[in-house]
Write a protein that binds this ligand. Structure first.
Ligand code: URA
Ligand code: SF4
Length: 214
């Protein structure tokens, strides 16, 4: 099982990966979970949204972002003309940590190869990191230095992957905006940026023209 960003095709599908996840016992979390939450969405999505781990409602339903944070995510997607069906939504961990505690490093190490393989199948143009755990993992994966979510949020990074330019943008976790309402405005503005990024990606990839970081 490979666990790095790889170019080319290896015939793997999201369904294959999902099936493996549903039999996984690579870390302790399988014991306490109700359902695995492999993630869902289009295999040919241009944009993916990556959260941290399933919460209570996700664990119950086996689907990502279906609780209160998910409702806010749906609203934010709609605000930039996207529906859940247009994108891929997933998490770094596929099983819920008890009481939504932070993921342990060994859990991320055990589970993240699934996410990496999902990304290698989808080969998205844009990766949106929802919250600091997701952002710190994705930054690591692409060899970027992560300076904390409040400094990185809303900043677009450009990396090379899958023989093309790929944009990474971290935002606050929707759940954080539910706890701290002022963050919701920031999140909305960052989503506007994501909407522009998608339009831009359709026309031209020269982000530096617009003052974005690479
Ligand atoms: N929070 C996450 O990070 N992921 C989910 O799927 C739900 C809530
Ligand atoms: Fe397997 Fe990931 Fe669940 Fe751990 S969290 S048991 S690695 S699917």
């Amino acid at each position: 099982m490979f666990a790095e960003i790889e170019n080319g095709e290896n015939g793997e599908t999201l369904k294959d990966i999902e099936e493996e996840i549903r039999n996984c016992k690579k870390c302790e979390l399988w014991k306490s979970k109700t359902n695995y939450v492999p993630g869902e969405g289009r295999e040919d999505a241009r944009i993916v949204f990556i959260g941290e781990a399933p919460g209570r409602e996700e664990d119950k339903q086996g689907r990502p972002f279906v609780g209160n944070a998910g409702k806010l995510l749906n609203e934010l997607l709609e605000s930039i003309g996207l529906k859940r069906e247009d994108v891929f939504i997933g998490n770094v961990l596929k099983c819920r940590p008890p009481n939504n505690r932070d993921p342990k490093p060994e859990e991320i190490e055990a589970c993240s190869p699934y996410l990496i393989r999902q990304l290698n199948v989808i080969k998205p143009d844009v990766i949106v990191c929802l919250g600091r755990h997701s952002a710190s993992f994705i930054f690591d994966l692409f060899g970027l230095e992560f300076r904390g979510i409040s400094r990185e949020r809303g900043e677009v990074r450009k990396v090379r992957a899958w023989d093309k330019d790929v944009f990474i943008i971290p935002v606050y976790h929707p759940a954080a905006a539910l706890y701290k309402p002022p963050l919701k405005e920031v999140l909305k503005r960052d989503f506007e940026k994501i909407g522009n990024l998608l339009k831009l990606k359709r026309k031209t990839p020269t982000l530096s023209d617009f003052g974005f970081k690479s």
